[in-house]
Design a binder for this molecule. Structure first.
Ligand SMILES: C[S@@+](CC[C@H](N)C(=O)[O-])C[C@H]1O[C@@H](n2cnc3c(N)ncnc32)[C@H](O)[C@@H]1O
Length: 218
């Protein structure tokens, strides 16, 4: 039995994926595919992009969520950092692993206030709110200080062009053997070049559904 596969979390996750799949974004209707793609690649206009996307959940896939749970369990993670919390689906998978590891802390980050409010409700409903601290505002600022001395796992799932900048802020806290899971890395050539260059202290492979899985070397 695991926290992930039993009440209340299992049913909550089912319901939230149904809500995520049904969500629509009226503000996005007036934005062309080209403009959206341009914003996705921009290093400066990420607030504009994610304000347009604020009604969409954009969660990790269920398989990726399960993988996150497995990785956090197998590394016996007690301290996790998440860039990009949205409505909290990935957070729930990771918090379930913390619970089953015996406790710990997950520091999430999100700049959309309406998402943070609902995510917090989901954490209470899932019975894992005691394990989660969501930092409000731009993660470039909120994750720049006050992190646990030793971080076991980092999930990168916010603005794609900022993955390298967020990694720089968390890097000195990553313990040898810490894992970094980065979602949708087709938008992040600089990040991929960094973690795939052995002299930078990582081993890294593309994995499953557009994920990059990297390990911090000692
Ligand atoms: C792909 S979604 C995250 C999905 C979430 N990990 C899940 O699986 O449910 C990306 C989220 O990151 C947030 N975000 C993007 N850039 C950010 C930044 N610089 N600081 C804080 N939040 C950011 C967006 O508002 C959006 O909600």
């Amino acid at each position: 039995m695991t926290t992930l596969t039993t009440a209340p979390l299992a049913a909550l996750i089912d319901r939230l994926y149904a809500q995520a799949n049904a969500a629509t974004s009226p503000s996005l209707n007036n934005v062309s595919r080209e403009e959206r793609d341009r914003l996705m690649h921009s290093k400066t206009e990420y607030v504009t992009l994610y304000t347009l996307l604020k009604d969409l959940w954009l969660p990790v896939s269920r398989d990726t969520g399960t993988l996150l749970y497995m990785l956090a369990r197998s590394t016996k993670a007690r301290a996790i950092v998440e860039f990009g919390t949205s409505f909290g689906l990935s957070t729930l998978f990771l918090a379930a692993a913390l619970r089953d590891n015996g406790g710990g802390v997950l520091i999430g980050s999100e700049f959309e206030p309406s998402k943070i409010a609902l995510a917090r409700e989901h954490f209470v409903e899932g019975g894992v709110s005691d394990l989660i601290e969501i930092r409000e505002g731009d993660a470039l600022v909120s994750l720049a200080s006050g992190l646990p001395e030793s971080v076991d796992l980092l999930l990168l799932d916010g603005a794609k062009t900022l993955y390298g900048d967020v990694l720089k802020r968390v890097e000195k806290h990553l313990r040898p053997g810490a894992l970094i899971v980065a979602d949708n890395t087709n938008y992040c050539p600089e990040y991929l070049a960094h973690v795939r260059s052995p002299q930078n202290g990582y081993l890294s492979v593309p994995f499953a559904d557009d994920i990059e899985l990297s390990i911090r070397l000692g």
